[in-house]
Design a protein around this ligand. Sequence first.
Ligand code: UDP
Length: 266
Amino acid sequence: MKYHRILLKLSGEALMGQQQYGIDAERLMQYASEIKSVAATGVQVAVVIGGGNIYRGVEAEAFGLDRVQGDYMGMLATVINSMALQSALEKLEVSTRLLSGLTIQRVCEPYIRRRAVRHLEKGRVVIFGAGIGSPYFTTDSAASLRAIEIEADVVLKGTRVDGIYTADPEKDPTATRYNEITFDEVLKKNLNVMDMTAFTLCKENNLPIIVFDMNTPGNLQRLLDGESMGTLVSRGGDGPRDGRKPVLDPKRSLLQPLVGNQPEQA
Ligand code: UDP
């Protein structure tokens, strides 16, 4: 098996199914059963789910409301979706834990990295709610950050499109899909994979991203079985997959501040 620990990012919008708003029960159960199947094979699964089907902070600005307040509302929307997913997983008898970036102690555990890792080691599906708990971020950023923190092997970004295209396939019929692309090429070609904060986190920490179609039943399992699908974004070449792990330089004082970006390893 290629991946030992994955972080699955699901958008809130995908949860709407054919609806205009909220949660489509059928789609929710489909996601839960796909997660159950892969967890049953021994893959450790962490999930970040968005909130766009309920609320986004930028909508507050459009109404002339306070952006920060709107972002917290968006974070609460992700907690609602996370609770729904947790419930759906429990209905399928999957052991889960919901860890939140905002303290909501009656319904979620607070996010504590070591705890998250321990849950994963015990085979529980870990859902990260409330993004990173700070405004002006997205759940893509939360997915990248949490994946790095828990040392996931990959971020799997489940979308309704089956990968990254040369142009928007819904607008341009000549658009073709990349099987693989490097972080640098994504930036050079200005392709939209994740927001820049989220993408940069992955790039700088050499955390591969796979964008794939999550709405076709069985795709998640097929992807983990090694079937080629979607688009892999990585550093490219035969570079080490674990290049993101920090290498301690004995000459560098631990108190010396890190200035700017670390030079990339080949
Ligand atoms: N949000 C935030 N900080 C975070 C994560 C989310 O402020 O760390 C807010 C932000 O307003 C965002 C909303 O929550 O628009 C919902 O998340 P997102 O837009 O990422 O959901 P998705 O597009 O994946 O459905």
